[in-house]
Design a protein around this ligand. Structure first.
Ligand SMILES: NC(=O)C1=CN([C@@H]2O[C@H](COP(=O)(O)OP(=O)(O)OC[C@H]3O[C@@H](n4cnc5c(N)ncnc54)[C@H](OP(=O)(O)O)[C@@H]3O)[C@@H](O)[C@H]2O)C=CC1
Ligand SMILES: O=C(CO)[C@H](O)[C@H](O)COP(=O)(O)O
Length: 468
């Protein structure tokens, strides 16, 4: 019996694409599926059991395109960069005006803007969609950040709302802006993810090396924190993974894992994007740097021999660390949203920060109970648009920063590496000074380069008496 055409297509049946296709099929949509290598597509469909009837497998790109309802909408879950450009080149000639190509990978938003513009000239629509939640999220409810035209959102909305994670029945997906907006929001999501992970790793280090706690004890502490205001996916999984034992050695699994972390680019893109816009997301930068330094394993071993790797004992209790973590987490989100606001102005995206926080409340890697408060804060009248100035977060910071200060001070004296925690405190202390030290920078620039300076309470540009 001939089948009708599919409502949506998924190209790229790797970890994420296959899970998203099954999620769509489960929600009752007919999904055309294909892949670069196609010899196992039949097996993939067979293994889908009762969902197989909703999956329409195709062995060629031409058949895949022909099997879609028009105007067509197709999701590509493949590596970002050159593979996506090559795919667009191959598929675009097969499409008609009004069709939409979605890139659901982690792409650089500059590429997304370029592709959207090039395809618009052919009457085609290009959506950059950030997808978060890993394989489980993709299969059972991801958080999705959509950038593209209103036409594409109209085509996509029903499918995406059906497959998204839900927070109290609100689907964690929205149309956040045009062209690169969705991919940029996902990039900053990942930047925050990097910083939050780094803060967790630093707190683990302080407890393990400074307070001589075992991984299992630290895991139990994280699990207890997951019952309160620090409740979040990353705290939850850290609590869990610290409890595992390596079957081969009998040691805690974390003790047999190499201390060198990779990175695929999104953290770095956040930092580069921020710096390009005259911002500095220092906690995210610290996390990117920490991963890079972690990869220099041989150098670190040599440095330990040469310079000494001592770390002093610390007198930090779990309540102090919990408060310090809270302060750092608030400051991390505050930095992330500053970068989003800068991009919103630079690219005229008119990002709705409250909605972004809402889309992150479930399904994504940085989901945490704090995001509901962040959304509420953005819906209130936020002084200078800054999260850390909202009354509810200013109050949390006043309460928790003394603990962060104590943790940073003790750790620094004890020789513990805490790049993200200390970056959080340095940013906080810089931003709470109504009169800082940049007067000296201004004076120096004028002294050596006749750059001029602004004076307190006066319009215009002035030069110092050193030029008289
Ligand atoms: N894994 C995760 O947790 C997340 C991943 N992402 C993003 O989703 C995208 C897919 O990731 P993931 O599913 O993990 O990756 P996988 O490695 O599991 O799958 C990659 C898929 O892309 C296909 N592919 C690889 N190279 C090409 C190419 N040159 N041309 C066409 N197809 C190609 C592969 O086909 P073949 O089978 O033939 O090799 C496969 O279907 C990436 O952009 C990633 O950044 C986003 C959020 C979370
Ligand atoms: O997007 C994701 C989670 O949100 C992916 O897991 C991504 O790979 C994470 O980045 P990295 O590999 O650089 O740690």
């Amino acid at each position: 019996m001939a089948r009708g055409k599919a409502q949506i297509g998924v190209y790229g049946l790797g970890t994420m694409g296959s899970a998203l296709a099954l999620n769509m099929a489960e929600k009752g949509f007919a999904v055309a599926v294909t892949n670069r290598e196609t010899d196992w597509i039949g097996d993939f469909v067979d293994e889908a059991g009762p969902l197989a009837a909703q999956l329409h497998p195709h062995e060629s790109l031409q058949d895949f395109v022909a099997g879609l309802k028009t105007p067509r909408v197709m999701l590509f879950m493949i590596p970002s960069g050159e593979p996506m450009d090559a795919m667009i080149e191959e598929v675009a000639p097969l499409l008609d005006e009004g069709d939409t190509i979605i890139d659901g990978g982690n792409a650089d938003f500059h590429d997304t803007r370029r592709r959207a513009q090039a395809l618009a000239e052919k009457g085609l629509h290009f959506v950059g969609m950030g997808v978060s939640g890993g394989e489980q999220g993709a299969r059972h409810g991801p958080s999705m950040m959509v950038g593209g035209s209103a036409h594409s959102w109209e085509q996509l909305r029903d499918v995406l709302r059906a497959i998204a994670a839900r927070y109290e029945d609100d689907p964690c997906v929205d149309h956040l802006g045009p062209d690169g907006a969705g991919h940029f929001v996902k990039t900053v999501h990942n930047g925050i993810e990097y910083a939050d992970m780094q803060v967790i790793a630093e707190i683990y280090g302080l407890l393990h090396y400074g307070c001589v706690w075992s991984p299992a004890q630290i895991g139990a502490l994280f699990s207890s924190w997951n019952e309160g205001p620090l409740k979040s996916y990353l705290v939850e999984i850290t609590g869990e993974l610290l409890a595992y034992t390596d079957p081969a050695t009998g040691h805690p699994v974390v003790d047999v894992i190499l201390d060198a972390a990779g990175q695929k680019g999104t953290g770095r893109w956040t930092v580069v994007g921020a710096v390009r816009m005259g911002q500095a997301a220092t906690m995210i930068e610290a996390a990117v740097g920490a991963r890079a330094w972690s990869s220099e394993k041989d150098t670190r071993i040599k440095a330990q021999d040469l310079l000494g790797g001592e770390r002093g004992l610390l007198s930090l209790d779990e309540d102090i660390l919990k408060e310090a973590f809270m302060a750092a987490r608030v400051l991390c989100y505050a930095q992330g949203f500053r970068v989003l606001e800068a991009a919103s102005q630079e690219y005229e995206w008119q990002l709705d920060h409250a909605r972004i926080a809402e889309v992150w409340r479930a399904g994504c890697i940085i989901r945490s109970v704090l995001l509901d408060d962040i959304a509420a804060a953005f819906r209130e009248d936020l002084p200078h648009g800054q999260l850390f100035l909202s009354p509810r977060f200013a109050e949390i910071l006043k309460r928790t920063v003394p603990a962060l200060r104590k943790v940073v001070a003790e750790a620094v004296v004890g020789g513990h590496a805490i790049p993200a925690l200390s970056a959080a405190l340095q940013w906080y202390d810089s931003m709470r000074q109504g009169y800082g030290t940049a007067n000296i920078i201004q004076a120096q620039r004028d002294f050596f380069g006749y750059h001029g300076f602004a004076r307190l309470g006066q319009e215009g540009k002035f030069h110092g008496p050193w030029w008289d």
